[in-house]
Design a protein around this ligand. Structure first.
Ligand code: HEC
Length: 158
């Protein structure tokens, strides 16, 4: 193989990953705003110095409210982070967790993680993200979700 051909392979491969969306993205964009919003007013996120909303899809809503110890496959939980106490302000990040099939990541309860802008056009991270897993492990009892903390805050607001 000559060098030009190698360069060709590398660049076409990069291009392909750029336009190929992950399977999870099809479930999230553009419809995440139609998911179930759990809180009414914005919540303070202690760990990210931001204001947040929590959204769940149909599969995840009831288990999240009940702070279940295990979530069904297909559960999606989203957290948009805002820089200011204003939903119309700048949405800094959209962080996502998707419950995958059994065996995807057995040691960490089979969650898949993603970090996007609100339209999903920018993909910062996807997959088994170590830093996310390490902190979410604190909430192991409620299947790696901070449902207890979040539901307590929501009860307090109402
Ligand atoms: C230092 C700890 C920490 C790290 C690291 C972290 N999170 Fe979280 N995450 C939290 C806490 C605490 C909450 C509860 C809501 C809040 O206070 O922001 C949360 C909530 C969430 C939620 C809403 C569901 C839930 O657990 O209640 C999602 C989705 C989420 N995080 C995704 C991510 C992703 C993706 C990453 C990695 C890029 C990540 N988190 C990294 C602490 C962390």
């Amino acid at each position: 193989m000559n060098n030009l051909f190698i360069i060709f392979l590398l660049t076409t491969n990069l291009y392909a990953t750029d336009i190929q969306k992950s399977e999870q993205q099809h479930f999230i964009f553009p419809k995440w705003k139609e998911f179930h919003p759990l809180n009414k007013t914005l919540l303070h996120s202690h760990d990210h110095a931001a204001m947040v909303d929590i959204y769940t899809n149909d599969i995840a809503t009831q288990p999240y409210i009940e702070q279940a110890s295990q979530f069904p496959q297909g559960s999606i939980v989203l957290k948009p982070l805002y820089k200011k106490n204003d939903r119309n302000g700048y949405l800094a990040r959209l962080v996502v967790m998707v419950k995958m099939h059994k065996g995807y990541d057995t040691e960490h309860n089979d969650w898949w993680y993603g970090v996007y802008d609100q339209a999903g056009t920018t993909v910062w991270f996807e997959g088994k993200i170590k830093s996310c897993i390490q902190c979410h492990e604190i909430a192991k009892k409620t299947d790696y979700l901070f449902s207890k903390k979040v539901m307590e805050e929501i009860d307090f607001e109402e």
